[in-house]
Design a protein around this ligand. Structure first.
Ligand SMILES: C[S@@+](CC[C@H](N)C(=O)[O-])C[C@H]1O[C@@H](n2cnc3c(N)ncnc32)[C@H](O)[C@@H]1O
Length: 392
């Protein structure tokens, strides 16, 4: 897998088995078991009264929202539509046929989904669209039965046609993505969060466990997209900790704000529109941590991406300039003055070449302002992340 971010897979819904993400899925499923206890712990800590120190207040510092039409995830829609089981079965047969007709055509062309993955996605579409998916999948039901649906039958035909003929990503069809223990709203204009990025939350969890200053401090998520990292981190910080997340894209700002609200984190995660550090100027030197998964695909590679990614995901989220390093270098340069001494950073890259380049730049240009700088691998063993601390 050459471009981790650029390859899109739905395999991390938990019944997955697709070749591409097998490593990620196994690791994810294993970690999921362990994670239940940590989620409970973080929820219970949020229920405790605040510590006597000043909690960070965010509700009054978020930027005014830019009007954006938000897409409600399909599974959250009321089941207001009706179809007979017989008509639904016709749609299902048609949709299965279309998925089967793909074979390995997309896989061979650009590492896209094969029929097996598309069949699994079809089952997930049924799960999200029907109140009782078993009705459709069981042979025993009466065909004249009227079935409640979350989208009308015409829309289900249209959506599945968009998936196969238009290579529209499955996540945009259903308006959500499963990421860690979250179900995040996504739509066109917002990058679909990838499984490898989940590891950044694990890094933050590790460094905050034994360090109260980091746990109760102010964090930044630069280029937040759907708000995935900001929300993941917001849920593991202590009661005085908080996150400010920035993005240049008004759609990302709107979707991230919606996701923050859905997880009732408005008091600890603020979303601000603007370029990288620009909305954070007031807090220069105060950050306990900075994370970012910026655009890092070299411009000339954008045209060769999987169709789901190259045709549908926002260029603003992908294109990192000639060698893909423009934003990574900008963020790395700015981090030294934004972090407090002892503050932690974690940045995602395209892989080994970019990670090593970033580490070299930090070594040669930062004049000792960073320490303990390391490269860390993702689930597939790709050297994907650079982490470190602001020297004390
Ligand atoms: C690779 S995506 C990552 C999104 C999200 N953090 C994630 O991991 O799913 C990069 C994000 O950076 C945002 N971005 C691009 N240029 C930016 C800029 N100059 N300032 C702030 N955000 C920017 C994009 O809109 C996009 O949401």
């Amino acid at each position: 897998m050459k471009y981790g971010l650029a390859q899109l897979s739905t395999a991390h819904r938990l019944d997955a088995g697709a070749e591409y993400d097998r490593v990620c899925v196994c690791a994810y499923a294993q970690r999921k078991k362990m994670r239940v206890s940590s989620v409970r712990a973080s929820l219970s800590s949020r229920l405790k009264p605040s510590l006597p120190n000043q909690p960070l207040k965010f509700s009054n510092i978020s930027s005014a929202p830019t009007p954006v039409r938000l897409q409600t995830p399909l599974f959250l829609n009321p089941a207001d539509y009706r179809a007979t089981l017989s008509d639904l079965k016709k749609w299902h047969l048609w949709a299965r046929g279309l998925a089967s007709s793909v074979g390995t055509k997309f896989l061979d062309l650009d590492n896209g989904p094969d029929s097996a993955l598309l069949h699994r996605e079809l089952n997930w579409l049924i799960e999200d669209s029907l109140e009782d998916p078993i009705t459709l999948l069981s042979d025993n039901s009466d065909d004249s039965l009227v079935v409640p649906l979350r989208a009308c039958l015409d829309d289900l035909y249209m959506l599945w046609n968009q998936r196969i003929e238009g290579r529209r990503p499955f996540q945009y069809l259903v308006g959500c993505e499963h990421w860690r223990d979250l179900v995040l709203s996504v739509q066109e204009g917002v990058l679909i969060p990838r499984p490898e990025t989940e590891l950044i939350v694990d890094f933050v969890s590790d460094v905050t466990k034994e360090n109260e200053v980091l746990r109760e401090g102010l964090w930044a998520d630069l280029g937040t997209g759907s708000g995935a990292l900001a929300i993941g981190i917001g849920r593991i910080l202590g009661s005085c900790g908080g996150v400010i997340a920035t993005d240049l894209s008004p759609v990302s700002v709107a979707v991230a704000s919606y996701n923050v609200q859905r997880y009732s984190l408005q008091d600890r995660v603020a979303i601000k529109q603007g370029s990288w550090f620009e909305p954070l100027k007031d807090d220069e030197g105060k950050f306990a941590g900075i994370v970012s998964n910026p655009p890092y695909i070299p411009s000339e590679d954008i045209g060769r991406l999987q169709a789901e990614v190259g045709r549908h995901e926002p260029k603003l989220a992908l294109d990192g300039g000639a060698d893909g390093m423009n934003d990574l270098l900008h963020i790395c340069n700015g981090a030294a003055s934004m972090l407090r001494p002892g503050g932690f950073f974690a940045f995602e890259t395209n892989g080994e070449k970019q990670s090593n380049f970033l580490v070299d730049c930090i070594g040669s240009q930062s004049e000792g302002r960073f320490c303990d700088v390391k490269v860390a691998s993702d689930f597939a063993g790709i050297k994907r992340f650079v982490t470190g601390y602001r020297a004390g």
